[in-house]
Design a protein around this ligand. Structure first.
Ligand SMILES: [Zn+2]
Ligand SMILES: [Zn+2]
Length: 330
């Protein structure tokens, strides 16, 4: 099968003919139709995340069809079913985290397109327990970005609980999806962009944000919660400064530059800073139930599989206007 392979971080992926995987016990063999590109793929390719499997087939927002079913797979899937394969690829089910509904923190978790092979290829195998049925409302390409930007964005959003005023820092793919849910649920939305990025601020206002401005600006009122989607550490103290008492700042990314020091008074009065790691299957079930009701809309830009490097380069340099999706089969 054809695959785009990362041999070493900081080198372009190589198109290669590799052996088609075979489903082990509990796994599905999936013929991949589309795989959306996530910022995490960039962090892996750029060597910003430790210890990836090498050589590695990246990609963890995979949409495809079940081609073959391994032994001991429950009856949730049959041949020909459409499935989504997310970032969380496997957990041990027995560590303290797994036994307390925090499988996202499993000590031995494996991650699609990072510590196990992912979706920049014609086929992949995946543990059936971690695959999702996808809402019928979406076609294969438009649903792909929901599998990570949507899911992990949703987990970040849920951590803001019932915050009435919600700040969002960085208005990329995940932010676009989560903003739609926040507005659907009646939150007041403040969107922070790079200073001077008036075009994105305009887009945010058009979508329904109550206010949009540069990341150094103060919103008209303090927000009750903020989600930081940009991987920029100085946004943490900036978001704290604009945070109401008892509020929470959620860092939604897997990687962030260092956070500068800030005065304790900005944290005092029970403000909280937290991060979000990975996802649980329950996040997925909740999100795929909610997304078609909003309905959350995605915007995508297709690339053929062999142009994965172009997609990553354009992502890295901020030239993508929407989510890049690798189209692998019709
Ligand atoms: Zn575990
Ligand atoms: Zn991702």
């Amino acid at each position: 099968m054809r695959a785009m392979v990362l041999d070493r971080p900081r080198q372009p992926l190589q198109i290669r003919d590799v052996e088609k995987p075979r489903p082990a016990k509990g796994q599905l063999l999936v013929r991949i139709v589309a795989c959306a590109v996530c910022r995490t793929d960039l962090h892996v390719a750029d060597g910003e995340l430790p210890d990836p499997k090498l050589p590695l087939i990246p990609g963890h927002q995979i949409v495809g069809c079940v081609e073959e079913i391994g032994e001991e797979v429950n009856s949730k899937f049959k041949i020909g079913d459409r499935v989504g394969i997310p970032w969380l690829g496997w957990t041990d089910g027995e560590c303290a985290y797994c036994r307390s509904n925090r499988e996202n923190l499993c000590d031995r978790a494996r991650f699609t397109g990072y510590t196990i092979d992912g979706g920049y290829a014609e086929f992949t195998v995946a543990d059936a327990r971690f695959c999702f049925h996808l809402p019928h409302r979406y076609n294969d390409v438009e649903v792909a970005p929901l599998l990570c930007a949507g899911l992990i964005g949703y987990r970040s959003y849920r951590k803001t609980r019932d915050a009435r005023r919600l700040g969002i820092y960085g208005f990329g793919n995940a932010a676009h999806l989560i903003a739609q849910i926040a507005l659907y649920e009646g939150r007041e939305l403040f969107v922070f962009t790079r200073p001077g990025d008036l075009a994105t601020q305009q887009t945010a206002r058009k979508m329904g944000a109550a206010w949009a401005g540069g990341s150094g600006e103060m919103p008209p009122e303090k927000h009750d919660a903020a989600i930081i989607f940009a991987s920029v550490g100085p946004l943490v103290p900036a978001a704290l400064r604009a945070l109401a008492k008892g509020g929470i700042v959620v860092c939604g990314g897997i990687h962030m530059s260092d956070i500068p020091s800030f005065p304790y008074v900005d944290l005092w009065e029970e403000r909280v800073i937290t991060s979000v790691a990975n996802l649980t299957r329950r996040d997925g079930e909740e999100f795929f139930d909610l997304a078609p009701r909003v309905p959350v809309k995605t915007t995508t830009e297709p690339f053929p599989l062999e142009d994965a490097n172009t997609a990553l380069d354009r992502f890295r340099s901020g030239k993508l206007k929407s989510t890049a999706v690798l189209i692998i089969a019709e």
